[in-house]
Design a protein around this ligand. Structure first.
Ligand code: V47
Length: 366
């Protein structure tokens, strides 16, 4: 009956290939994006999701620290970055960052996620001191920090090149790299929305260099603004190709554009169907990515729960104090307690697995 429904949706040939475990092509991905049949997409994405991750759904006990919003890129889609003289501009000293970590030592946090803007004049030593400081406060914590764009900036200010910079960061305590800054790789999109930002090729180069050093990373795509379906598929293809080469990506996270307080505030927010579709198509096309994350901060906890049946196997974590989405009008809240995450996953019919950053199991909740 389901096969009939999928055939009726004109996707029967894709179902055959999904069931056979065959790789989908760029035309397939475009057809999936164009299909309004969300249940057909979800059914197929769920086949791949369960093949790779069974019935598990991951979450992590983490803390986000956005150390500064001062940014020289000032991308049109971003409400977080501010010029240095803006009344809302801020930067935390290393001591303040250490205090943030220290304040929560009684919680079972396993990851500190550190991201900021492209600050025009913080010195290289600040970033190394920040990593060392976090580790001194909480020696066992995994630091997932600095998007590919920040790392390229650090390589520039260190004057040492990418590889030596990454080695410095690893020595100071960096454990892995989050997926931000990828946006959409298309040069057209970057020229219109973030002309000062590192190019798509530059972002991929940072990921390649990191993976070569054994550093794992994530990847994102910012969707729901002015990108075309072809540009989305091209973005996914470039990620899949790099993953074939290095195997260093852990997770893909589609990020729903939030227009509020941005220069692109005339655009509407993505709909639930669009959010689920981006999860499902990513799960079907990125056959070499172990994980697809439904980031509840961006799409809301309720839709993230539904997304666990549409290809996602991860909802991120407790988070707290995230500013990038909040500044752009995100209403999902800032913090979910561990028991709320467990309940949300269980009610979706999945087995909650509390993980560390690299997806080792900390606890399975039967
Ligand atoms: O790089 C900026 C995006 C990213 C907006 O790796 C926006 O596990 C929506 O990458 N609307 C930062 N998105 C967040 C990020 C992330 C978050 C959680 C987990 C992981 C991970 C990565 O947020 C930025 C940019 O692509 N962004 N402005 C906006 N208005």
């Amino acid at each position: 009956m389901i096969a009939e429904m999928i055939k009726k949706a004109g996707l029967g040939d894709i179902l055959v290939r999904v069931e056979a475990g065959e790789r989908l092509g760029v035309d397939d991905a475009a057809r999936l994006y164009l299909s309004p049949d969300i249940l057909a997409l979800g059914y197929m994405a769920n086949i791949v999701r369960e093949r790779i991750n069974g019935n598990r759904a991951y979450f992590i006990y983490n803390q986000h620290i956005n150390y500064s919003n001062i940014c020289s890129n000032l991308c049109k889609f971003c409400a977080f970055g501010k010029p240095a003289d803006h009344e809302q501009a801020y930067e935390m000293s290393v001591d303040e960052i250490r205090r943030k970590v220290r304040e929560r030592l009684d919680e079972p946090i396993v990851e500190v996620h550190v991201v900021g803007g492209i600050h025009p004049d913080l010195p290289y030593s600040y970033y190394l001191d920040m990593l060392r400081g976090i580790k001194q406060e909480r020696p066992d914590v995994h630091i997932q920090g600095f998007t590919g764009v920040e790392i390229a900036h650090l390589a520039e200010i260190s004057g040492k090149g990418l590889e030596a910079t990454l080695i410095d960061l690893i020595d100071a305590g960096l454990g892995s790299i989050p997926g931000g800054g990828a946006e959409v790789f298309s040069a057209r999109i970057r020229e219109i929305t973030c002309e000062k930002k590192l190019s798509g090729e530059g972002w991929l180069e940072v990921a390649r260099a990191a993976h070569k050093l054994g550093l794992k990373s994530n990847a994102t795509m910012l969707y729901g603004h002015i990108e075309t379906i072809e540009e989305r598929v091209d973005h996914l293809l470039r990620l899949r190709e790099l993953q074939d080469e290095t195997g260093g990506f852990m997770t893909f996270i589609p990020l729903a554009f939030h227009p509020h307080n941005t220069e692109m505030h005339d655009l509407s927010r993505s709909t639930g169907i669009e959010d689920l579709k981006n999860i499902a198509v990513a799960r079907l096309f990125l056959d070499n990515f172990p994980h697809i994350k439904a980031y509840w901060i961006m799409i809301g906890a309720k839709l993230a729960q539904v997304a666990l049946s549409f290809g996602a196997d991860d909802v991120d974590g407790t988070v707290s104090e995230e500013k990038i989405t909040r500044m752009a009008g995100g209403e999902a809240g800032q913090f979910l307690a561990r028991n709320e995450l467990v309940r949300m996953i269980k009610e979706a019919g999945r087995v909650p697995v509390e993980r560390d950053t690299l997806y080792s199991t900390i606890r399975e909740y039967e």
